[in-house]
Write a protein that binds this ligand. Structure first.
Ligand code: ATR
Length: 274
């Protein structure tokens, strides 16, 4: 019997048990995926001794993504570049960390709008927190040439941009309309929606061909996406990223590369609606 879990504090809201439980049943795997709350006081020792636990691996959510990354013997992919991890597994009894948020973001767009990256010369990201960094890293990896970053607190946009050398052009919100007009892909990476706040976006300035996505998936149709859709733009909700970021962990722990399909999506949508 293989065991994996999601760790964080608090962690009860996580949809990861639903996603991994769905795949365990679908692929008839003898395994379980549980919720393991890890208090801030416990975090350093928990991840430091993870390799000798009964788990084959884990997901990591806030606020432990940095601590878990630092505890790993080896970091790969975006975890190595960003020092933030969301997926852990063991290799030769040693802890390995990766960050699959960015690859999940790319895979979600690949599935929803095949060929989007060939048509994306310029991406605009609104928001400069942790989620934004993972997405910028993914866009750089994918070879998107121009990345515009706009944030309410302009200094934070500059702080993020310096991590990506000259690939990212930071600005404050006053630049939003101008930057929007040249963007092929527009991403809301702010947590504004979570607090019920709405961003004022002049959608009439966007390109007709722009693709608009939001990293938030509660609600699925955020005000940001609704605004873009009513301007006739193509929109992609944030649920795909959540589903796709789970794929590499499941494959590492349980040995099957799971599929993100309409049935899984419907199961999570139903859960979100409860
Ligand atoms: P996460 O790790 O989820 O990205 P975070 O690090 O707290 O979360 O970052 C939240 C982002 O949402 C920031 O870019 C924040 O802008 P500030 O840097 O100015 O705080 C942005 N944000 C949150 N609420 C916002 C609002 N009402 N309007 C605009 N931006 C908002």
């Amino acid at each position: 019997m293989l065991h994996a879990c999601v760790t964080g504090w608090p962690v009860s809201h996580s949809r990861s048990p639903l996603i991994h439980g769905f795949w365990l049943r679908r692929y008839k795997i003898e395994g379980d995926y549980s919720v393991r709350p890890v208090s801030p006081q416990e975090a350093v020792s928990f991840y430091a001794s993870f390799a000798s636990s009964s788990y084959a691996g884990a997901n990591v959510t806030v606020p432990h993504k940095e601590v878990a990354c630092a505890a790993a013997f080896k970091r790969c992919g975006a975890a190595e570049r960003l020092d933030v991890a969301n997926t852990l597994w063991l290799e030769d009894g040693r802890l390995v960390a990766d960050n699959t948020d960015g690859t999940g973001f790319l895979a979600s767009l690949d599935q929803a709008v095949p060929g989007w990256s060939e048509k994306t010369g310029c991406a605009l990201i609104v928001g400069a927190g942790g989620a934004s960094r993972a997405v910028i890293d993914a866009l750089v990896q994918r070879g998107v040439e121009r990345i515009e970053l706009v944030n309410r607190t302009e200094r934070r946009a500059h702080d993020v941009a310096v991590r990506f050398a000259d690939k990212v052009r930071p600005a404050g919100f006053d630049a939003l309309a101008e930057r929007l007009s040249s963007a092929d892909l527009v991403i809301n990476a702010t947590s504004a929606g979570l607090s019920g706040a709405e961003l004022t976006v002049p959608w009439d300035r966007a390109k007709d061909s722009a693709i608009v996505t939001d990293l938030t998936y509660v609600p699925l149709q955020t005000p940001f996406l609704r605004g873009a859709a009513s301007a006739g733009l193509t929109t992609v909700d944030g649920l795909g990223m959540l589903l796709h970021q789970a794929v590499p962990g499941f494959e590492r722990w349980f040995g099957v590369r799971p599929e993100v399909d309409a049935e899984l999506r419907a199961a999570v949508v139903a859960d979100l609606a409860e």
